[in-house]
Design a protein around this ligand. Sequence first.
Ligand SMILES: C[C@](O)(CO)[C@H](O)COP(=O)(O)OP(=O)(O)OC[C@H]1O[C@@H](n2ccc(N)nc2=O)[C@H](O)[C@@H]1O
Ligand SMILES: Nc1ncnc2c1ncn2[C@@H]1O[C@H](COP(=O)(O)OP(=O)(O)OP(=O)(O)O)[C@@H](O)[C@H]1O
Length: 322
Amino acid sequence: MTVTVPSKVNVHLAVGPARDDGYHELTTVFQALSLTDTVTVSVAEESSMHVAGEGEKIVPRDERNLAWRAVDVLAEHLDTTPAELGPVRIALEKGIPVAGGMAGGSADAAGALLALSTLWKLDLSRDELTRLAGKLGSDVPFSLVGGTALGTGRGEELLPVLTRHTFHWVLAFAQRGLSTPRVYQELDRLRDVGDPPSAVGDHDVVIEALASGDPHRLAELIGNDLQIAAVSLRPELRRTLRAGVEAGALAGLVSGSGPTCAFLCEDAESAVQVSARLSGAGVCRTVRVASGPVPGARVVEPDGGPSGGEPPWDPRPPQAHA
Ligand SMILES: C[C@](O)(CO)[C@H](O)COP(=O)(O)OP(=O)(O)OC[C@H]1O[C@@H](n2ccc(N)nc2=O)[C@H](O)[C@@H]1O
Ligand SMILES: Nc1ncnc2c1ncn2[C@@H]1O[C@H](COP(=O)(O)OP(=O)(O)OP(=O)(O)O)[C@@H](O)[C@H]1O
């Protein structure tokens, strides 16, 4: 059973105060991008985890792997144990940069949840899967539902944002990743020493710009409160951000907790030009072109094409949460 799962960029990320539970209250606008991971699961003689592609040398293959943790969450939900569910082989083909700020691990967790619940014919509802996803991480519910969505709470409470238009992005992968908790800690430290509480505007105008389909409007409004913290930890990101705009992007920002930089471009053709110029500028490890919004985690046929009929789990976002 193979599932393809998108990456994400936060076109708007406003970070509120730290909560008692150690998380920060967020208001964010997620967009799922066509840069993806695939998760393939199968019944096996013994359990194993295989990783190829981005970060194949550093992604843990044991219980620390978020895809593996999906087995535990499903077993707990079913009031059984992974042993009872039986050994499975999980293979990850990764296109999303590890610890890159694009929800790479979160995508694999969402993909494993959907693939395993389909393989084991658990018949879980969309809302049940999304709730279980929230147990695996704040970004995992969005990896499951995809599209464009307003995220609140830790980022796990989702409200779908209907946008018909496709936006074109160039992604600059950094040499090495950044720890998400470390970036949040750095933001708290910067705020303690007097940095502005929030640099980003209001999410409503971002949603209107997305609905308009006008990349120029959206380019003026994208913003990420974590950017100042990511740049504080990785000052070289300033050069990357500048180089992307000099290469012809309309605007750029750090994706999530970074260090990947995402550049919004005028159209598909411009994105190809920007990626070619940026890859020659010596400011990042490698460059990818992607577009969004795309659907969330989806079961694909063995030949890799999208499944013919209605997926066992409808990829459209759940009904708006309260
Ligand atoms: C930066 C974003 O990617 C933006 O979408 C997310 O907020 C991070 O989502 P994630 O990686 O799934 O985060 P989780 O695995 O839930 O949490 C990892 C750590 O990040 C910090 N964290 C995460 C989410 C949040 N709203 N506030 C936080 O302070 C906490 O230290 C937490 O222990
Ligand atoms: N399947 C996985 N893919 C990538 N990293 C994983 C996976 N499982 C566990 N990890 C660990 O999680 C850490 C964070 O990786 P991840 O790719 O989720 O960060 P990220 O893309 O910045 O996530 P987010 O944007 O949600 O903060 C990595 O350092 C890695 O060791």
